[in-house]
Design a protein. Structure first.
Length: 262
């Protein structure tokens, strides 16, 4: 019986010791996770700074690792850091597309505020949005054929398509098109085609202030409105055709993992 207090004392001491060890392990684990998050944040921040700076060298060096190296060195990082971007030029192009899409969203928010005082037709809103996006490409116009070629390579097609679908979805959304019927699916497909056609026209346009490109864009949008009116006439469109277009669009969106719930 006399050994019972001693046994209890040992149990209490061991429990306290285990608790201390557990707390230390838990603290170490939390610190490790926090450090990992800090490293990931710092890495993303460094990449962002390098890519922004690298865009300045695209007109001279193209969409390439050389441009990324020059950008890194310009802000004090060793040129070898381009290894952070295994896809090279494709990483730089994707950054530009993502960044310009985000900037366009901010522009379209401004357009919406202006439209509250002076309403505009959705097609005019779309036209202005596409013009803004094309103007973002102008500083790199001479190198844009290279960007198109790089993003047309099989490994880069999903990323390029995701960027395009995000762009047209944002434009439709801010233009006021938020339904989810057949017409909602048809319109982004039409806008995507018009945008890409205008983009191709832009790279060969030598007119002042891209005047011919914007005239081309305007004509295509007017044609699209006419076609859209025909499609929207009740029985004139085969139900199977509607279903095929909707299915194709939804499938593409799902494959790319895009979530457009707003």
């Amino acid at each position: 019986m006399s050994s019972l207090p001693l046994f209890k004392s040992i149990l209490v001491r061991n429990a306290r010791h285990s608790s201390i060890i557990f707390c230390k392990v838990r603290s170490f684990s939390n610190e490790t996770i926090e450090n990992q998050h800090d490293k990931e944040h710092n890495s993303s921040e460094i990449k962002h700074k390098i890519l922004i700076e690298s865009l300045k060298y695209v007109p001279e060096k193209g969409w390439s690792k050389e441009a990324i190296t020059a950008g890194a060195e310009a802000i004090g990082y060793p040129g070898i850091i381009h290894g952070l971007f295994p896809s090279g030029g494709a990483d730089l192009i994707n950054f530009f597309q993502t960044d310009s899409n985000l900037k366009l969203v901010e522009k379209m928010k401004e357009f919406q505020k202006e439209a509250e005082a002076s309403p505009v037709a959705p097609v005019d809103f779309v036209e202005r949005a596409i013009q803004e996006k094309l103007l973002m490409i102008v500083p790199y116009k001479k190198r844009w054929p290279q960007a198109i070629a790089i993003m047309s390579l099989p490994p880069n097609v999903p990323t390029a398509l995701a960027s395009l679908l995000t762009l047209v979805d944002d434009i439709c959304y801010f233009a006021g098109d938020r339904s989810v019927d057949f017409n909602w699916y048809a319109r982004p497909i039409g806008i995507a085609g018009i945008y890409k056609a205008s983009e191709l026209y832009l790279i060969q346009d030598s007119s002042q202030d891209q005047k011919r490109t914007f005239e081309f864009l305007h004509r295509r949008l007017l044609e699209a409105v006419k076609i859209h009116d025909i499609i929207c006439k009740g029985d004139s469109t085969n139900p199977d055709t509607k279903e095929s277009i909707v299915s194709a669009f939804v499938t593409a969106r799902n494959i790319l993992g895009l979530n457009w719930n707003r």
